[in-house]
Design a protein. Structure first.
Length: 227
């Protein structure tokens, strides 16, 4: 939990501990990096407006080092601030003021996804499931993506989105369906979130992201992975 308001930190820590979580705290951006690197938390709740190093830069650096979900808190509620946070690696976004009930719900949803990914990474028999499209391989057992044999680093939500699209290849999936199945019913960040993650995926897996081959846009409806 990273925020420079001690009273808010104490309240959030109290509520999370009541849920059975172990909580470490930091009060500025540099301390956040140090604590996260040392303790490798399952989830990072990160305020944007921080002393020494702002939350956007903290998020950018941590995303290059960890796949742990990052939930950003901010007093800035405009769409552009949400888009910036998502594009640099945040998995979820909650604007202040917020209810602690909503925060707890989002924490639960993020940690459920972490548990599901860990379960997928456990040995599942002699052959782990793989999704293959051309030179693109999604290894669900190892939670890895490779293109032409080279590893492609994806954010946790990008991995979930790619796997879901490939499992439903040829089907048109609306943004609402993607939000419901990948972000959960608690999420109210809007369908723009899907577009941001699709754009991030295209930049990593497409030969030419400006004219995508694999992830196709169905105008006015949603997205489809090429059959």
């Amino acid at each position: 939990m990273v925020d420079d308001e001690p009273a808010l930190v104490d309240t959030i820590r109290y509520n999370l501990k009541r849920e059975g979580h172990e909580v470490s705290v930091a009060y500025d951006g540099l301390e956040a990096l140090e604590v996260a690197r040392r303790q490798q938390p399952d989830l990072i709740v990160l305020d944007v407006m921080l002393p020494k190093l702002d939350g956007f830069e903290v998020c950018r650096q941590l995303r290059a080092e960890t796949t742990s979900p990052i939930l950003m808190l901010t007093a800035k509620a405009s769409e552009i601030d949400k888009v910036v946070g998502l594009e640099i690696g945040a998995d979820d976004y909650l604007a202040k003021p917020f209810s602690f009930r909503e925060l707890i719900a989002r924490v639960r949803a993020s940690l459920r996804r972490v548990q599901m990914l860990r379960a997928e990474a456990r040995p599942a028999g002699p052959v782990d499931e793989q999704l293959v499209a051309g030179d693109l391989v999604v290894d669900l057992g190892r939670h890895e993506v490779r293109k032409a044999g080279q590893p492609i680093p994806l954010k946790p939500k990008e991995f979930d989105l790619l796997a879901y699209l490939m499992r439903n290849r040829g089907r048109v999936l609306t943004r609402d369906v993607l939000l419901q199945n990948l972000w959960g019913y608690e999420y109210d960040g809007g369908t723009r979130t899907v577009d941001v993650h699709v754009r991030g995926l295209r930049e990593k897996i497409e030969d030419d992201p400006s004219t995508p081959y694999w992830i196709q846009t169905v105008r006015g409806v949603g997205y489809r992975f090429r059959a």
